[in-house]
Design a protein around this ligand. Structure first.
Ligand code: NDP
Length: 315
């Protein structure tokens, strides 16, 4: 029979949800093993300053914060491993897991899914170039809006996230251009009212982004009216993209209940999924809040639920 390493508590993903779950699980003697995934440290490693995580009065940069969380998890004995979980079989307990396309095979009594979500981008060369330089391209207004206080910004998208973020930005910024590709919003009526109530939001319906202007930092945006073909440059300092997120949950879809986008459905007031012994934390199940602190909170919940599950089983 095939030899598989057995793990009491496997955590998949190393963002704030995964590391917080690891800290709690390690302190409860669950001897957690955590796999980093493709992007060790998660989405926060692609941001610069994090000013809204309690405990850092001067703020901290995203990668440094994730390194701190890693060290804290390791301090209690968490085994942090580089590798990507490529296949799972949750049809029976213990659960079966494959790492790096079958190079390593594991079984686990409990699994905490903390694989997060990835922001969708427009895919423009200028968007990614300036984003990689930390020059003012962002997919999170709540994280980065503060840096554009009193300045002009643009946000792309016509859904609830874009509407909510445009309203948030309008309270900080001088002017917000909202670039919507259709002639109507996708956002709910309530969100539309919020957008329409802000005098400093200008909605550009039927407009698409042709280019983000600037070498290292955002200087403007080139937009095109889809009906007339008219192109214009708008000077701005910050460029926000809010066209949706994709939860990183594809490998679980044969076993775990999800909504149509792939967000995992947890049982109310818990981190439990529909499969016994499998829990979820962070953005993989959260399309509304998507903050480091909320991810950390649900990471704690997942570890406590895993510990209780094992205790009830008598492990
Ligand atoms: P959505 O998928 O709902 O909306 C995405 C928006 O981006 C749409 O307007 C879409 O345009 C536009 N878009 C997509 N791709 C492109 C592109 N390449 N170029 C330009 N525009 C593009 O995503 P959201 O993140 O807004 O919301 C996700 C889910 O979360 C929804 O169910 C939403 O209701 C929910 N949510 C709820 C909140 C709340 O209740 N407070 C807050 C935030 C989100 P088009 O319409 O043309 O397809």
């Amino acid at each position: 029979m095939e030899e598989r390493e057995h793990i009491k508590c496997l955590i998949i993903g190393t963002g704030p949800a995964g590391y917080t779950a690891a800290i709690y699980a390690a302190r409860s003697d669950l001897h957690p093993v955590i796999y980093t995934g493709m992007e060790p440290g998660g989405q926060l490693t692609t941001t610069t300053d994090v000013d809204n995580f309690p405990g850092y009065p001067e703020g901290i940069n995203g990668p440094a914060m994730m390194e701190d969380m890693k060290k804290q998890a390791e301090r209690f004995g968490t085994d942090v491993r580089f590798g990507v979980i490529t296949k799972v079989d949750f049809s029976e307990s213990p659960h079966k897991i494959e790492v790096d396309n079958g190079k390593i095979s594991l079984t686990a009594d409990t699994v905490i899914i903390a694989t997060g979500a990835s922001a969708k981008w427009l895919g423009l060369e200028s968007e990614q170039r300036i984003r990689n330089k930390g020059g003012g391209v962002s997919a999170c207004a709540v994280c980065d809006g503060f840096f554009y206080k009193g300045k002009d910004v643009a946000i792309v998208g016509g859904g609830d996230t874009a509407a909510e973020e445009a309203t948030y930005l309008a309270k900080l910024c001088r002017k917000v251009y909202m670039i919507v590709r259709k002639d109507h919003f996708r956002a709910s009526k309530a969100m539309q009212h919020r957008v329409n109530s802000m005098e400093n939001i200008e909605v550009l319906f039927e407009h698409v982004t042709e280019d983000v202007l600037g070498d290292n930092v955002v200087e403007g945006v080139k937009v095109k009216h889809t009906a007339t073909g008219q192109v214009k440059d708008i000077p701005i300092d910050g460029f926000f993209v809010a066209i949706g997120h994709k939860p990183n949950t594809d490998i679980f879809k044969d076993y775990i209940d999800m909504d149509e986008t792939g967000y995992i459905i947890n049982k109310p007031d818990s981190a439990k999924t529909n499969v016994e012994g499998v829990f979820v934390a962070g953005d993989a199940a959260d399309k509304i809040y998507r903050q480091a602190i909320t991810a950390a909170g649900t990471g704690c919940m997942a570890a406590l639920d895993a510990e209780r599950y094992l205790a009830e089983k008598g492990d």
